[in-house]
Design a protein around this ligand. Structure first.
Ligand SMILES: Cc1cc2nc3c(=O)[nH]c(=O)nc-3n(C[C@H](O)[C@H](O)[C@H](O)COP(=O)(O)O)c2cc1C
Length: 337
């Protein structure tokens, strides 16, 4: 397996749904939702990639960091690298049916496990999306994290209980899907949640609760007040609201508000191990990877996902060595230029 084989195979299987660009930056696929792009003008997706490109690491090589430690502990889980597979659902609709929903989530969950990390699974208007994710997680003895839509609160509690019964170590809700019309049109209303509703979900479930899609310090504080265990700083890969800032722009403000009080994850536009290190220096505890793993899963299945994660691992190792970063707890902001 090599990266060119994965990419060539993915390009063929996507049949136009993703052009597998040299840099996955949201230009060619702008507006392609459904599809793999960002919503509307595609600006929010592009801002994610741009914000990371504008953030620079500087070289530092007179030090003793020869074997950096890439491992981390997130929500009580020991991971070999601080990169988690992002939830991606609706494969038939978004990827031209390049894979079945089951084959896709299976590849993500199993590939992440093989690489020493964990994958998330998605939710959608048709039951096959959530159910395929749960089947993939059960197949890996519970080693996966389902992310449910911001449905009616009791429905979320019901799905979280299913996740706990399958052995999942945590569950989440992508609160930024609060205006997803295809859910509401399918008779499954979604919407924003109050602090009290978040608290209700937390108090009626037993496994750690992640809220994905936080872009302001105020919302992060509200999650903390509600007892939420982790947030994902995310704009849904630019698929929720056009023209939001990039996640690397807002992350430092959010980390300042809640870092150390709860786990802070981030996603959006991360395209290399160096990008992972930048996000950690900006205040994240770990990151999620979306489209790059989608290309890997379509092009190479679970082995492709494992291969791409190992590539990120090697790149992160090099970036840590070349910035004098020995480990991942409290990556200093000073490594940024
Ligand atoms: C086709 C597609 C489907 C997605 N489906 C979901 C989903 O079901 N649940 C969810 O929480 N996020 C979903 N996301 C968002 C991702 O989890 C993640 O936030 C985003 O892809 C990160 O940006 P990146 O792709 O630039 O890495 C989806 C993204 C894409 C591209």
């Amino acid at each position: 397996m090599d990266i060119n084989t994965i990419r060539t195979s993915a390009l063929e299987k996507f049949r136009g749904a993703c052009r597998v660009c040299p840099v996955c930056n949201g230009y060619v696929c702008a507006g392609e939702v459904p599809g793999m792009g960002g919503l509307g003008t595609g600006a929010a997706f592009r801002h994610n990639v741009q914000a990371l490109a504008e953030c620079r690491l500087n070289l530092r090589t007179v030090h003793s960091v020869k074997n950096p430690d890439l491992s981390c502990r997130i929500l009580g889980l020991d991971l070999a690298l601080p990169v988690i597979g992002a939830a991606i659902g609706g494969i038939a609709l978004n990827m031209n049916g390049a894979l079945s929903e089951a084959a896709y989530t299976g590849a993500i969950v199993s590939g992440c496990r093989k690489a020493g990390t964990i994958g998330m699974t998605g939710d959608g208007p048709v039951p096959v999306v959530f159910d395929s994710g749960m089947a993939a997680i059960s197949h890996e003895q519970g080693w996966g994290i389902p992310i449910v839509k911001p449905r009616e609160t009791d429905k979320i509690v019901e799905l979280a209980k299913k996740a706990a019964a399958a052995g999942a170590p945590a569950f989440g809700m992508d609160i930024d899907a609060a205006a997803l019309v295809n859910m509401t049109n399918a008779g499954q209303p979604v919407g924003p949640k109050t602090i009290q509703e978040l608290e209700y979900i937390k108090n009626h479930t037993t496994i750690p609760f992640i809220v994905k899609g936080i872009m302001t310090p105020d919302d992060a504080e509200s999650c903390w007040q509600a007892g939420v265990d982790a947030i994902v700083v995310s704009n849904h890969g630019g698929r929720a609201l056009d023209h939001t800032p990039g996640t690397a722009e807002v992350l430092p403000y959010i980390a300042e508000a809640v870092k150390g009080k709860m786990t802070v994850l981030v996603d959006g536009g991360i395209r290399s191990g160096a990008d992972v290190l930048k996000m950690l220096a900006l205040g994240a505890d770990a990151v999620l990877l979306g489209r790059p793993l989608a290309i890997a899963a379509v092009g190479g299945g679970a082995d492709g996902v494992e291969f791409v994660l190992n590539k990120y691992k090697a790149e992160l190792n090099a970036a840590m060595t070349l910035t004098g970063t020995a480990g991942l707890s409290g990556v200093p902001v000073e490594i940024l230029w």
